[in-house]
Design a protein around this ligand. Structure first.
Ligand SMILES: NCCCNCCCCCC(O)(O)C(F)(F)F
Ligand SMILES: [Zn+2]
Length: 342
């Protein structure tokens, strides 16, 4: 399997995030992608190629221009104020407040985000831009006839909505790739999100459309981030009614529980008969993940890959989350090796 990877991800390294009332080092750190890349090499999964640059246009097919302009220009504005620390949002236009973009860089960041887990540093824009180019390059490989590809994306993307950043996500790599398939003539794209957290951004981008089926297995939003989307009664709207399937699962879910939901999700994908499958591959479902509460084991990821392969679809794997860094390479590459029936 071909892996697409960009060293630009090292340009993004947030200093801290608020966890349980304390400022802690960011869990979403450069070592995550380095460990996965090393595992790809160690297991001789296949070639690793750099991203090609497809420009801003395919990103702008998914994201609001105002958000893109903000993200691209935010650090320069922040630095011009003599600031050196990370730029972080801390006020959001929630209930009773006006959905009007202020002039302040902090006010605009709150306007374009939904949580404080998105530090902007000097290299964040370049890293996020290149992460999207990684997904687009892997998408091109599949559109050119390959049966699979791995977009080793960092930063991740599935929490990012058209005009909202959040949950370590800035640009929605999987959604950008899905839209590229559709713009290149595909008629039906399925996205299977196996990250521990609900892909609220991906869901919202395609919620009113029938050309993308979104299926997500995730921690119950009643008790888990992102809290405010991901319930089972969210089945799509308008033309998209019936093209969104959320499978929330309780804390402590292990392979028997999780794989039963996967079976249901795969049935929905099979019923939809897509021409291509995108997998938002988060491995924070791992039993030792520091911020998540499922109980999958490393061998389970081999079975996950094999089950996905049984769908018999051209498949683009897009890296999302996973924070047990010592095992992230094993778990992510196990999915890919299980898919390849190695
Ligand atoms: N007490 C823990 C607080 C954690 N709050 C933020 C969780 C973000 C999860 C991000 C992710 O893993 O879903 C992605 F794939 F996007 F990276
Ligand atoms: Zn996650």
């Amino acid at each position: 399997m071909l892996t697409i990877y960009s060293d630009d991800h090292h340009l993004h390294h947030g200093r801290c995030e608020l966890i349980d009332g304390q400022l802690m080092p960011c869990f979403e750190k450069p070592e995550r992608a380095d460990f996965i890349r090393e595992r790809v090499l160690a297991r001789q999964l296949g070639p690793i190629e750099p991203a090609r640059d497809w420009g801003l246009a395919p990103i702008a097919r998914v994201h609001d221009q105002g958000m893109l302009d903000f993200l691209q220009g935010a650090w320069a504005r922040w630095a011009a104020l003599g600031q050196e620390g990370d730029l972080l949002p801390y006020t959001w236009p929630t209930r009773t407040l006006r959905q009007q973009k202020p002039d302040s860089v902090h006010g605009q960041f709150g306007y374009y985000s939904f949580d404080a887990g998105v530090p902007i540093t000097a290299g964040t824009w370049q890293a996020a831009y290149s992460s999207a180019q990684v997904a687009l390059t892997a998408q091109h490989h599949i559109a050119s006839g390959a049966t699979s590809a791995f977009a080793l994306c960092r930063p991740p993307g599935h929490h990012a909505a058209a005009d909202l950043m959040g949950g370590y996500c800035y640009l929605n790599n999987a959604a950008i790739a899905a839209q590229a398939f559709l713009d290149q003539g595909y008629r039906r794209v399925a996205i299977l999100d196996v990250d521990y957290h609900h892909g609220n951004g991906t869901q919202s981008i395609f919620y009113e459309r029938s050309d993308v089926l979104f299926v997500s297995l995730h921690g119950d939003p009643a008790i888990e981030f992102p809290f405010f989307l991901g319930y089972a009664d969210e089945t799509g709207a308008g033309a998209g009614e019936g093209y969104n399937l959320n499978l929330p699962l309780p804390a402590g879910s292990d392979w028997p529980v999780w794989s039963a939901a996967l079976k249901q999700g795969c049935q929905a994908i099979d019923d939809y008969q897509p021409e291509v499958l995108i997998v938002s591959l988060g491995v924070d479902t791992f039993e030792l993940d520091p911020i998540s509460r499922f109980k999958l084991t490393s061998p389970d990821y081999l079975k996950m890959g094999a089950r996905i392969r049984a769908l018999n679809l051209p498949t683009l794997f897009v890296m999302e989350g996973g924070y047990a860094v010592e095992a992230i390479g094993i778990n992510a590459v196990n999915v890919l090796e299980g898919f390849e029936q190695r």
